[in-house]
Ligand binder design. Structure first.
Ligand code: COA
Length: 175
């Protein structure tokens, strides 16, 4: 069955939260675990907007904590699909902190979340393809294939011939 492709902009999502005392550590900064929870929610909204199926997180990679987010600041999470495969998709999230009083905005986190769409039996199911439009979307689309190969290699999920080919690129000295 041919499933129609969708644009990146169709599932683009922005989610904001204000950091309250119960969200912080003893330094009055947002706790990493709380942030990951919010990021997972933003990412599943993107995934389900794109696929119109229930989606589950299958892996998270490249989480980078650049700057702490202070108590009382606002966080804004922006999420977009970078590339889809068969049942899975990679979603890029950027997290911005904002001090509304000082009128400062800063990049706090970035991460790639990977989701799988499920059918009514809970099995992975085909999702629509993605249409990258801007130069940045096209660049992220191209790079996503390399990231997928690497993460599947690390997860021990590549087909043997693909694993051999990728290892020969990554570790040419072991040929
Ligand atoms: C996600 C899940 C349904 C995949 O089932 P599975 O039997 O491993 O399915 P497959 O091996 O056929 O993989 C399905 C897709 O996931 C991808 N995948 C598998 N492991 C992956 C990983 N570590 N990272 C990224 N993608 C992965 C596969 O490449 C495949 O993608 P494709 O269909 O686009 O080619 C299953 O592992 C699961 O239910 N996991 C628990 C999910 C969950 O509960 N998450 C929330 C709590 S943390």
């Amino acid at each position: 069955m041919d499933i129609q492709h969708k644009k990146v902009s169709e599932s683009y999502t922005i989610m904001s939260e204000i950091v309250l005392p119960n969200d912080t550590n003893t330094l009055s900064n947002l706790m990493g675990g709380r942030l990951m929870h919010w990021m997972d929610i933003a990412a599943v909204i993107v995934a389900q907007k794109h696929s119109n199926k229930p989606c589950v997180t299958v892996s998270v990679d490249n989480v980078n904590f650049h700057n702490p987010i202070r108590l009382g600041n606002v966080i804004t999470i922006e999420g977009k699909v970078t590339r889809t495969f068969n049942s899975s998709m990679e979603i890029y999230l950027s997290v911005w902190g904002q001090d509304l009083i000082k009128q400062e905005k800063y990049l706090s986190n970035e991460a790639y979340f990977n989701f799988v769409a499920l059918d009514s039996l809970g099995k992975p199911t085909q999702i629509p393809g993605i249409i990258p439009e801007t130069d940045k979307e096209k660049e992220m689309y191209e790079d996503a294939l390399r990231r997928r190969q690497l993460r599947l290699l690390l997860a021990g999920k590549l087909k043997l011939e693909d694993e051999v080919a990728l290892k020969s690129i990554l570790f040419p000295e072991n040929k």
